[in-house]
Ligand binder design. Structure first.
Ligand code: KG4
Ligand code: ZN
Length: 332
């Protein structure tokens, strides 16, 4: 069965065609990120307007790249939650109109579950049950996944999401938006032990907190007088400091993610961990999870990096999985 996936929960307008939940015929992503950069974060009104302007063209591209027409599509899967309401609405209305006009069944898909599904495009595929960690710009959540239709939330962030913390710290350091890739790049030349940062402890051991470390970093940037520098020597010295701050921050965040994910695996006696969401594209994070999991006898599953950040292939894949497991009568 060919499934058309539609994703518009944040700033990416994405459409994809996926066969039987595994073969990706096309995955087109149009991001409005450049329009948000000057505001150092996503502006919901801009995002929804750009979804309206681009979604038809993105659909045409996705069908053209797949080399087929809507007649061949057996199911439309669309992200229905969570996300920016105005942005979600564009995708939902568009999907509904297509479904109605072409008589194609329609299925709502949860964006976070779709992030976990992304790992199922790679081989070997995870076996159920597994622990799922979603680390994105809006969420940081640990799940126990018995099946995709039986998911239990084990813990989530009490304040900022992990990606949001990367974005805010990047902005404090003048590295721009989105912050994750910028911090990762600076951290490559930094020393992770240069500064001592830690993520705050939480009362519930599987919850996360990133606002404390963000504030600690803010104070450090003041203490270290990070700001505009005029002469070349000062600029070079500052670049070294910023690289060290990035590496130390990134390592502390990864430490918390690794520690809590492995604890969830232990508590649920589940030796499989699937990691999805934009932050999962981070190379250092991937490296650390692989090495720590190996030491603890846990199998780790990531998607390819291009499917960590928002895309519609993961939505189509998740839609197929739910449809196959007889969710076909659920209406939006
Ligand atoms: O999953 P995603 O594309 O969108 C949401 O569902 O939120 O995640 C976007 C987030 C942003 O906060 C971005 O800074 C972060 O993922 N991100 C990264 C990296 N690439 C994207 N964080 C750390 N390292 C990266 N390489
Ligand atoms: Zn996402």
């Amino acid at each position: 069965m060919l499934v058309l996936g539609i994703e518009t929960s944040c700033d990416e307008t994405a459409v994809s065609v996926v066969g039987n939940g595994e073969k990706i015929y096309s995955s087109v992503v149009s991001s409005s990120i450049n329009f948000h950069k000057r505001y150092k974060g996503i502006v919901p009104e801009i995002a929804s307007r750009l979804h309206i302007e681009t979604i038809s063209a993105v659909l045409s591209d996705a069908l053209a790249q797949a080399g087929l027409g809507l007649k061949r599509i057996g199911l439309i899967a669309v992200t229905s939650k969570p996300g920016l309401p105005g942005s979600l609405l564009v995708g939902l209305c568009f999907a509904r109109a297509l479904s109605f006009a072409k008589g194609i069944p329609l299925l709502p898909v949860d964006h976070l579950k779709a992030h976990l599904y992304a790992a199922f495009f790679s081989r070997p595929r995870p076996r159920f049950p597994f622990i799922g960690l979603v680390v994105s710009g809006g969420h940081t959540s640990l799940f126990y996944v018995k099946k995709f239709s039986q998911i239990k939330l084990l813990g989530s962030t009490q304040d900022d999401a992990c990606g949001e913390a990367f974005d805010k710290v990047s902005s404090m350091l003048g590295l721009g938006y989105p912050g994750g890739p910028a911090i990762e790049e600076m951290a490559k030349n930094g020393e992770a032990k240069a500064f001592s940062f830690n993520c705050s402890n939480t009362q519930e051991p599987l919850n996360f907190s990133f606002s404390g470390i963000k504030t600690a970093l803010l104070y450090k940037t003041r203490e270290e007088k990070i700001g505009a520098k005029k002469n070349r020597g000062a600029k070079i010295r500052q670049k070294i400091k910023v690289s060290n701050l990035c590496a130390s921050f990134q390592e502390a965040v990864i430490n918390a993610l690794v520690k809590k994910s492995l604890l969830a695996c232990r508590l649920k006696k589940t030796p499989r961990l699937v990691i999805g969401g934009g932050v999962a594209a981070n190379n250092r994070l991937r490296e650390r999870f692989f090495s720590e999991a190996r030491l603890n006898g846990i199998d780790i599953y990531f998607s390819r990096k291009e499917f960590c950040t928002d895309n519609a292939a993961m939505v189509a894949g998740m839609g197929y999985n739910l449809y196959k497991n007889s969710h076909k009568n659920k209406s939006l």
